[in-house]
Design a protein around this ligand. Structure first.
Ligand SMILES: *Cc1c(COP(=O)(O)O)cnc(C)c1O
Length: 354
């Protein structure tokens, strides 16, 4: 039954974000940038310590155990951390809180496609400057008047990382706007912009447990900034839903943060696999950006990316492909275990007759 026009005009209708597929059968899953390794061992211990009898009580609305663990880990105050149900939750609250002007928010034309969805959802005006021909963000495009700025670093799906002087340049040119740096992949890349928080009162950095901490299924993300902006974010959160983080997420998240050695090892393995995989792909004639994330953004001059995507899917190897004009000939491939990447390479070698 179609919704009548009289009703439709009173409804907030949106075109939603389309997440990567979560197939239920066994596949080589390289399509949503999950981590192929399990979370730190302490997470299991934390889960085992949960008593379902406690589930009758609401969790701590301030998420203190997790906020404390993160504050200690990054050497910042507890009043400088905000946690949410994945960074998608944190970022959407950031749009609602910080992008509240009639001037357009700026983000790249090729980037995390959720930004556009939130802007539409909250009716925030936006402008999307084009990346350059090498898929890099042009800093000069962010010198114009705006209602806020957001971009991922490394950017997605291009995987390109910009050094901190680039971030600082954008911050300096935008003293009167909030600048959000979405660092979903920074642990695989280099220095975090978090070290600039004391210097720029307009900076917010967001990160997630979904990629580098192997906990996409637990839904934990966070923002780090100065206490004033974190307070603004909390005020909006408490006007929305006080109890966003489950008891399980709080203690599992805290346990994961405390195991720094496991974390570093996990990152090292993925970066090693990524660099080895780059060489193997290059030998097969693939071209790709200088990936500093846990995924590669690749094309092959002799293959149609859409067709290759379908062939891979047929072979039960899932990667990501978008039909956007500018990136139609590219695939985004998550870095999995070496064994998973070998399966993909075997397929590609056979296709190439090698
Ligand atoms: C994965 C991702 C996120 C969100 O991840 P959550 O699972 O919601 O924490 C945010 N931004 C970018 C660029 C991402 O790739």
């Amino acid at each position: 039954m179609a919704v009548r026009a009289e009703l439709l005009e009173k409804i907030r209708t949106v075109e939603p974000y389309v997440p990567g597929e979560q197939p239920q059968e066994q596949v080589v899953k390289l399509n949503t940038n999950e981590n192929p390794y399990p979370p730190a061992r302490g997470v299991k211990t934390a889960l085992d310590s949960l008593d379902p009898a406690d589930f009758r009580l609401y969790p701590d609305p301030a998420s203190s155990v997790l906020v404390q663990a993160l504050a200690e880990n990054y050497g910042v105050g507890e009043d400088q951390i905000f946690v949410g149900v994945g960074s998608d939750d944190v970022l959407s609250l950031c749009f609602l809180t910080f992008f509240n002007s009639s001037k357009p928010v700026l983000f790249p034309d090729i980037t995390y496609s959720f930004y556009k969805v939130w802007a539409e959802l909250y009716r925030i005006p936006y402008v999307c400057p084009s990346l350059d021909s090498g898929f890099r963000i042009r800093r000069e495009d962010y010198y114009r008047e705006n209602g806020g700025i957001i971009f991922p670093n490394p950017n997605a799906p291009t995987a390109i990382y910009e050094e901190l002087d680039f971030i600082e340049d954008i911050l300096r040119h935008n003293r009167d706007s909030i600048v959000i740096v979405d660092e979903a992949y920074v642990d695989f890349a280099g220095r975090s912009a978090m070290e600039l928080i004391g210097k720029y009162d307009n900076l917010i950095v967001t990160q997630t447990f979904s990629k580098s901490r192997s906990m996409a299924g637990m839904r934990i993300g966070y923002a780090v900034s100065n206490p004033d902006l974190i307070r603004c974010l909390n005020d909006v959160k408490y006007s929305f839903n006080s109890y966003t983080m489950s008891r399980a997420a709080l203690i599992c998240g805290a346990a994961a943060v405390k195991d720094q050695e496991y974390f570093e090892n996990n990152i090292r393995k993925i970066v090693e696999t990524r660099e080895w995989f780059k060489e193997e792909l290059a030998a097969l004639g693939f071209e790709f950006t200088d990936s500093r994330a846990n995924f590669l953004f690749v094309r092959h001059p002799a293959y149609d990316a859409g067709q290759l995507f379908e062939e891979l899917k047929e072979a039960r190897i899932y990667v990501r492909h978008w039909n956007d004009e500018k990136i139609r000939q590219y695939l985004r491939i998550t870095v999995g275990t070496k064994g998973e990447m070998e399966k993909l390479l075997d397929f590609l070698r056979e296709k190439a007759g090698k």
